[in-house]
Design a protein around this ligand. Structure first.
Ligand code: ATP
Length: 243
């Protein structure tokens, strides 16, 4: 197991946002985390990446206990978080945004290795290559999302956390984006993907967890969940599970 989460509880003051969450991600898997608005998906990613702290429970990553580590240490361990709403540096060029993604490893790996990885990101996202001298703030939403993912890849993550990559993007762009995420799997990249777009996420992922008001209510093979009447009713055009 690359990531193993054991019964974590996370609070905002007195409000408990995560209730005894356990899950795991194996190397090379794409695991989706689906659920409605406010279910706790972002809270879970933030707890893994150290932006929030679990009050109890344990998070193991690559054999190390990262539950109480600081965010920067968790990045160094190989967990890279691509946050919701992309958050690229708008006043920097595409090139500089990508370079910043490699900030942690630049000194260790050297310029050559980093530029080689940038070439690889440009192969995955040819649009970014065309626009490498452009300011990131002038890119379209879809291009900014690709840049955010590309910047994440520049860190050579062992685990990539993607928060709502499809948010605010047109359907055609979303389709393209999901094809790109699928191509990451072919390269052996491990991904934990948070999505409200349950259909697209379940089609793409190997396994999935369904989160509802801070708890995991269903888990299993992504294709099977896609066929599950409870999931279909709640997330693929019906009513909430609890209703
Ligand atoms: P979304 O897709 O809308 O981001 P989500 O599944 O990621 O939804 P979270 O953002 O993790 O859900 O929120 C989980 C719960 O925690 C919600 O009830 C939310 O209102 C609450 N919450 C989130 N952030 C805070 C905060 N900073 N302070 C207090 N409560 C919060």
């Amino acid at each position: 197991m690359l990531l193993e989460i054991d019964r974590i509880n996370t609070f905002y003051g007195k409000i408990q946002a995560l209730k005894s969450i356990s899950l795991h991600v194996d190397p090379g898997e794409i695991v989706a985390l689906v659920g409605a608005n406010g279910a706790g998906k972002t809270t879970l990613l933030n707890t893994i990446s150290g932006l929030l702290r679990a009050r109890s429970g344990r998070i193991l990553f690559d054999g190390q206990d990262i539950t109480r580590r600081r965010a920067a240490q968790i990045v160094r361990a190989g967990v890279i978080h691509v946050p919701e709403r992309r958050q690229v540096f708008g006043t920097l060029t595409v090139y500089d945004n990508l370079l910043l993604g490699a900030y942690q490893r630049y000194r260790r790996d050297g310029r050559k290795a980093v530029l080689r990885d940038m070439d690889h990101v440009f192969e995955l996202f040819p649009r970014l290559k065309e626009r490498r001298k452009q300011l990131a703030g002038t890119l379209s939403g879809g291009e900014q999302q690709m840049l955010a993912i590309g910047r994440g890849l520049m860190a050579r993550p062992k685990l990539l956390l993607l928060d709502e990559p499809s948010l605010g993007l047109a359907p055609l762009i979303v389709k393209h984006l999901f094809e790109l995420i699928a191509s990451l799997r072919n390269e052996g990249q491990t991904v934990l993907l948070v999505e409200q777009n349950a259909r697209a996420a379940l089609k793409l992922a190997d396994r999935a967890y369904v989160l509802e008001t801070g708890r995991i209510v269903l888990e299993g093979d992504a294709r099977e969940l896609l066929e599950d009447p409870r999931v279909q009713a709640a997330y693929l055009g019906g009513h909430a599970l609890a209703a």
